[in-house]
Design a protein around this ligand. Structure first.
Ligand SMILES: CN1c2c(nc(N)[nH]c2=O)NC[C@@H]1CNc1ccc(C(=O)N[C@@H](CCC(=O)N[C@@H](CCC(=O)N[C@@H](CCC(=O)O)C(=O)O)C(=O)O)C(=O)O)cc1
Ligand SMILES: N[C@@H](CCS)C(=O)O
Ligand SMILES: [Zn+2]
Length: 766
């Protein structure tokens, strides 16, 4: 008999219940008791839902108020010294996530980083060389007991010790050469203590996530895996350990389990379908294999026939007792359910499945294997029909787009003039001062804006009323920017629900869910639009609004677009053609928009590519292929302009050292980058590689509500001088300001422009 296994459930819940709960707590609308009680109800709902669906192995500790990695740090007492004077409990926990500014206290948040190649962000643990670990919270045990009280035997999910240390970074003052992995032995004793406590509470299976097992690992780390799991498997003979890998192939990193008596390993057969056969050959006897057959990161229905064939292959080798059927990764990355979807037409809705439906698919696969194919004949037949309807639908094809793709020529992938000529021409046209100030695009998306948009979408106000409202917001923000002396203005992106979803809504080939939310960080979610067919741009998308914004000022107004790779990364993408082709179709649509903006007199156009690094394959040997087409897609979107039109790009969440050559190849005139949480290390890359275009390294963190002081902005800008010639430096925040409140933004940007002015004056006097 095969078993069904889930690696994690989307914690936000239907209609983003958790988001509302946590945000109400932050704003003081609900107290700690309500937060805790309502969160408990939500967990119960999710466990019961999975149990009622017939799932055998249900996860616990997949819930979090913010992020599972920061939970882990908090649970093991990995709390940086700057939080030590705060009240223990939620005050400290949330301060690590979001920073805290109140009378007498001003602490910044911990760094946030992308979770592998997903759009989820985790809070980076900070380790000091003499790091002490303590069991500081009983969350994992409590949540297990909570489920048990409902009659549900769950398997707790925890992050494994090796991945945990590898995902962290040394504290600022740690000596050079210190690597968090050196703390493994010390950390293991705490894991042992935790596992013992879990066994005492009744736990029989535990899922230990070791996602770093899919990375290129040096042999030293492989050895650490052996010692870690030799220690942990000794904790108790009653405890069965499943190690979960996902997002890529495990490759030779699997070797460590031949020396380690773990009970099961989970592999991702969606991102790395080819690994099944080699793993079946190499898996030691009695180790169970959890097959990630249902895509945890995309929304297309699983082809059950294909999944069944793969499962059967595993059963033939291992025997059914040693096979689990599972999603490819935690369903954290899937929206909740298609049940309440009203926005998507029935034909396309029939091609989709979200988390709740994915769990049902897992159960159907197991029934077909355990009982008989006949026992789920109706479900299999319905699945076959929907896969066929998707494959044969004419709606995915657009001959005009396919014609344009065939007509792509090499000139469409390069700027007509070299950078230094463009720079001269742009400087003449724009007459900007030294350290030009700008922002990355979005300004606060206030409750008012979201409410008015919701009313417009429900038909409670008409198009003219909505447009006039947005125009008034633009007017206010243009005046504010002029008042404080911003040099290159933005229109604030108030008309956009999201930088990807907005463009998706204006392109053909996309559909949108009404409620397909996926957690991005903390309480913030995105609703990735769905690319189901060839992409085209029926009409200009931003030209009228940018023209309007430009009409309000004599200063340059930036055109603001989202780049093709980010559109691709942050959408649910069709899986019936290579991602490269979809990226090029998106690029063509953006190229047309760039052309129209330029023709409308816009001289500065920003094409955001914050997700370019996120798209990097996890194995280095796969990088070049991706980077070649990713850079080409950006070039295709941006190179159709004249010499004097300044192309900006913006990136955040990126380790620029890794891809500096590719960034150079993008050939943008100005790049604004997230940098403030990175101790300026990022800038090394630009210095070392003699990057010659203009750069705006973010001067302050925008994820936290705290307002940077002028003093700290000065220190930061001054530090940047060490890396980048002064005449190439722009002053801007790390990223867009949509999540912030106006009072914070006003104060922060005023400080930023004042500092730029002061530095200009100093330079003028030199
Ligand atoms: C830059 N980032 C982005 C990423 N991915 C994207 N797709 N987009 C990004 O901008 N990845 C990396 C980072 C992650 N950062 C963020 C930052 C901010 C958010 C965010 O604020 N998300 C919002 C939801 C945004 C949205 O679409 N809002 C809709 C409103 C939907 C809604 O809530 N409607 C309400 C009614 C309105 C009301 O009264 O409040 C309802 O339906 O009940 C809109 O503006 O129209 C969030 O709130 O989480 C995400 C990622
Ligand atoms: N222009 C976007 C970029 C975010 S990465 C913004 O400002 O929100
Ligand atoms: Zn950004």
């Amino acid at each position: 008999m095969v078993f069904t296994f889930n690696l994690g459930f989307p914690r936000m819940g239907a209609n983003r219940k958790l988001k509302r709960l946590v945000e109400n707590f932050w704003s003081g609308k609900v107290d700690e008791n309500t937060l805790i009680t309502d969160a408990k109800k939500l967990r119960e709902e999710h466990w019961l839902l999975q149990k009622n669906a017939g799932l055998d192995h249900i996860p616990s500790n997949d819930f979090s108020f913010y992020d599972q990695v920061v939970d882990h740090s908090y649970a093991f007492g990995v709390i940086p010294a700057r939080y030590k004077n705060l009240n223990p409990g939620l005050e400290t926990y949330f301060a690590m996530c979001r920073g805290l500014q109140k009378p007498g206290i001003d602490v910044a948040a911990c760094k946030m980083k992308k979770w592998f190649n997903t759009n989820y962000h985790y809070i980076v643990p900070e380790f000091e060389p003499n790091q002490q670990f303590t069991l500081n919270s009983t969350k994992v045990i409590d949540e297990y007991k909570e489920a048990k009280a409902l009659g549900i035997q769950t398997h707790p999910v925890i992050l494994g010790p090796v991945s945990y240390l590898m995902l962290g970074k040394p504290t600022k003052d740690a000596p050079q050469g210190f690597k968090p992995i050196q703390l493994l032995d010390r950390l293991l004793s705490l894991y042992e203590e935790l596992l013992s406590k879990l066994v005492s509470a009744g736990v029989t299976w535990i899922q230990i996530d070791e996602p770093c097992l899919v990375l290129d690992l040096p042999s030293t780390i492989k050895n650490e895996y052996v010692s870690a799991y030799n220690a942990l498997t000794k904790v108790s003979p009653q405890l069965k350990i499943l190690i979960a890998t996902y997002f890529e192939r495990i490759g030779t990193n699997l070797d460590f389990i031949t020396d380690t008596p773990i009970n099961a390993i989970h592999i991702d057969l969606i991102r790395a379908p080819d690994q099944l056969e080699s793993i079946l050959r190499r898996l030691p006897a009695k180790v169970s294999l959890s097959l990630g057959l249902v895509n945890g990161r995309n929304i297309w229905k699983t082809n059950l026939e294909v999944a069944l064939a793969k499962a059967q292959k595993a059963i033939d080798v291992l025997g059914s007792e040693c096979v689990f059927i599972a999603p490819s990764c935690s369903l954290l990355h899937s929206p909740h359910s298609i049940q309440s979807e009203k926005k998507i037409d029935n034909e396309i809705l029939n091609w989709l499945s979200f988390a709740v439906e994915k769990i049902k698919k897992i159960v159907i696969i197991s029934k077909a294997l355990n009982n008989s194919v006949q026992s789920v004949q109706t479900e299999l037949e319905a699945n076959r029909k929907s896969i066929q309807s998707h494959r044969e639908s004419a709606r995915t094809q657009n001959p005009t787009v396919q014609q344009k793709m065939k007509a792509l020529g090499p000139d469409m992938f390069r700027r007509k003039f070299p950078f230094h000529e463009r720079q001269l021409s742009q400087r003449k046209k724009l007459s900007l001062p030294l350290f030009p100030t700008t922002t990355v695009g979005s300004l606060p998306q206030t409750k008012d804006i979201r409410t008015i948009r919701a009313k417009f979408k429900k038909g409670e106000i008409n198009q003219t009323q909505y447009d006039n409202f947005i125009k008034r917001e633009i007017e206010k923000c243009v005046h504010f920017q002029e008042e404080i002396g911003i040099d290159v203005l933005v229109h604030g992106e108030f008309e956009r629900n999201d930088m990807v979803e907005f463009f998706g809504e204006n392109l053909q080939g996309y559909v949108f869910s009404g409620n397909g939310w996926v957690q991005s960080y903390g309480s913030r979610c995105t609703k990735p639009p769905i690319i189901f067919g060839d992409i085209s741009r029926p009409n200009p998308m931003t030209v009228e609004i940018i023209k309007y914004a430009q009409s309000l000022t004599d200063k340059p107004m930036k055109g603001m677009l989202t780049g093709p790779i980010t559109m691709l990364q942050w959408s649910f993408v069709r899986d019936d053609q290579p991602r490269k082709d979809t990226a090029f179709q998106l690029a063509l649509a953006i190229r047309e928009e760039v052309h129209d903006l330029e023709a409308a007199g816009i001289s500065v156009i920003q094409i955001d590519e914050p997700a370019i690094c996120e798209g990097l394959p996890l194995r280095k040997e796969d990088w070049n292929v991706y980077l070649n087409w990713a850079v080409d897609a950006f070039l295709l979107s941006s190179t159709g302009v004249d010499c004097s039109t300044q192309i900006h790009t913006h990136m955040c969440y990126s380790d620029f050292n890794d891809i500096i050559e590719a960034i150079r190849c993008l050939d943008a005139d100005v790049i604004t980058i997230e940098n403030s949480r990175s101790d300026l290390k990022l800038l090394n890359a630009f210095e070392e590689h003699e990057y010659t275009a203009e750069i705006g390294p973010g001067l302050y963190d925008i994820h936290s509500p705290r307002v940077p002081t002028k003093e700290e902005l000065k220190v930061r800008l001054h530090a940047i001088f060490k890396y980048i010639p002064k005449n190439l430096i722009w002053a801007n925040p790390d990223c867009g300001l949509k999540t912030r409140e106006w009072p914070e933004v006003e104060a922060a940007l005023k400080n930023m422009t004042d500092v730029a002015k002061e530095f200009r004056a100093i330079e003028a006097n030199c």
